[in-house]
Design a protein around this ligand. Structure first.
Ligand code: D5M
Ligand code: FE
Ligand code: ZN
Length: 513
């Protein structure tokens, strides 16, 4: 591969490359693959890729599975398949259990790293970290100035400068509608706060502004009023996912996504769940499904493994198993029926027996001991590397807040909430509502590295879609409608299982009821 080709590839992906880094890539025995690997893992806040950003070890370990999007089709075509419907596409050769080790690397997890005790200063530090991480992402796209510099009196601006575009990046600290129906957004950065006005007749911008939520970090561009007291907005910049990813990671086999099993609840759908366990064991009336099960390498569980106890008032009347340890013992028994060659990863949710404040650590030893040894337990959220494919798992409690705050986001289409998370590069942006956020030193909800797959649960409805090359999945539930859900008209979508082919990211949703 010629040096010029490498430079072009990096420039097209939006990066510059240093001479040392260029030398490292072109002198490698697999320059194309290494270049693609570097682009797939590099932090987007980096403008110039230097030798230190080239992780040869990581490449040797995972990079052989990196390929260009152009190498094949990886669109998410959602095929709904039930046990009577044969799979509509050609199946790949089954994987033999010896040929794959099914590695899981935990890239991030709060377990054993929590430092917070809930003091005021910790909240200040937590929000500073949120601002600094998200503003860095936006800063690579707009040329923003500190808010303090706008506050200087009008003599601070030259004659022509006054009507020039200015941009600021801040955390949304207040949202109001004026008497004339315009939207007033207050942004705060470490140097001060400033109000920006979005006019009601700026249709597109106004629509964007009406979807803003408190505590998210955005950039606003516009022109200052004569008295320099207000910014008349003409552009809003979100942290967003990159528009195009020139390469993505892949590996062989399939990953299966589930959540919200709620073992111990009287509405737990035991029959459907047992059919699912049979499917994992290759026992299915449908030949295509049993063939498919041979390809499964990973089973990811995004929380609410059991129903727990004392989670909401009156829960005891809806429990078939009233002891939380007994619930986990039964869960452990089910998980021991899953073939050992499927690597299972379990992260907790709000019904599980760990602290309620997020990020949550993994389930404690006493509970883990009910499960087979080969299962990997992680916290919530957790970022995983499945042989090159990055999966962000998050139970999804923030979806309740998103549904309440963002127009168009609904329980029936749970990935609409996940799209909003991606735009904000944050999985739990609203502070002080349903999600109780522990003020850790860093804001672990910021999506710094772009994952290949984001997996949520919690809302008990199923969805899968591709958003800017990231596959978004909500994995539904194994619990029928509860009394509470009846009252609020939440219609669950139980016993549906998204399955992603890790070689092309095609997603199918299987049906077990
Ligand atoms: O949550 C399942 C879904 O139901 C999720 O969208 C929250 C909602 N839910 C369930 N119970 C309650 C109560 N008591 N208050 C508010 N919202 C609720 P899960 O975590 O599985 O219970
Ligand atoms: Fe749940
Ligand atoms: Zn939940």
């Amino acid at each position: 591969m010629l040096k010029n080709d490498v430079v072009t590839e990096f420039v097209e992906a939006g990066y510059q490359i240093s001479p040392d880094a260029l030398e490292m890539i072109t002198s490698h025995k697999m320059p194309e693959k290494l270049a693609r690997y570097v682009l797939s893992v590099v932090d987007e806040s980096i403008l110039v890729i230097d030798a230190e950003h080239i992780d040869i070890d990581g490449f040797e370990k995972n990079g052989r599975y990196t390929r260009s999007v152009n190498d094949g089709d990886f669109g998410v075509s959602i095929a709904s398949v039930d046990s009577q419907t044969p799979m509509s596409r050609n199946m790949k050769l089954p994987l033999s259990s010896e040929s794959c080790k099914n590695h899981v690397d935990i890239l991030f997890d709060i377990t054993d790293r929590s430092t917070c005790v809930g003091e005021y200063m910790e909240f200040v530090q937590y929000f500073r970290d949120r601002y600094s991480r998200l503003s860095e992402i936006i800063r690579s796209r707009i040329n923003a100035r500190p808010i303090e510099s706008l506050r200087r009196n009008s003599s601070g601006f030259g004659r022509n400068e006054r009507y020039e575009e200015v941009s600021i990046i801040g955390m949304v600290s207040d949202l109001k509608t004026t008497t004339n129906g315009h939207r007033l957004i207050e942004l705060e950065d470490p140097t001060g706060s400033f109000s920006a006005l979005v006019r009601v007749n700026d249709k597109e911008l106004f629509e964007q502004a009406s979807r803003l939520i408190l505590d998210e970090v955005i950039g606003i561009g516009g022109v200052l009023t004569n008295d320099s007291k207000l910014l008349i907005a003409n552009k809003i910049t979100f942290p967003e996912l990159p528009n195009s990813v020139s390469c993505r990671n892949w590996t062989k086999g399939k990953a299966v996504f589930i959540s919200d099993i709620h073992i111990g609840s009287s509405t737990f759908l035991e029959d459907a769940w047992e059919r699912f366990i049979d499917f994992l064991n290759g026992k299915s009336d449908n030949e295509k499904l049993s063939e498919m099960s041979r390809d499964i390498r990973y089973l990811l569980v995004a929380g609410d493994v059991v129903d727990g106890i004392g989670i909401f008032p009156g829960q005891e009347n809806e429990l078939s198993i009233k002891d939380v340890y007994e619930q986990y013992r039964v869960a452990g028994k089910y998980f021991s029926q899953i073939p050992e060659n499927i690597q299972v990863v379990i992260s907790p949710g709000n019904h599980d027996a760990v602290r309620q404040a997020e990020p949550q650590p993994k389930l404690p030893e006493r509970i883990r001991s009910f499960f087979p040894d080969h299962i990997t337990f992680v916290g919530n959220p957790a970022l995983l590397n499945l042989e090159g494919v990055k999966v962000l798992m998050y139970h999804g409690r923030s979806i309740d807040d998103m549904v309440a705050a963002v127009p168009g986001v609904s329980y029936q289409n749970p990935t609409t909430a996940m799209v909003e998370m991606m735009r904000r590069r944050h999985i739990s942006p609203i502070y002080g509502s349903r999600v109780s956020i522990a003020p850790e030193k860093n804001d672990h909800f910021v999506i710094e590295q772009v994952p290949d797959i984001v997996h949520c649960g919690h809302v008990h409805t199923v969805g899968a879609e591709r958003y800017r090359n990231v596959v978004l999945i909500n994995s539904g539930t194994w619990q029928a409608q509860t009394e509470f859900q009846k009252r609020v008209n939440l219609i669950p979508n139980p016993a549906r299982v998204p399955v992603v082919d890790l070689s092309d990211f095609k997603t199918s949703i299987l049906k077990f009821n």
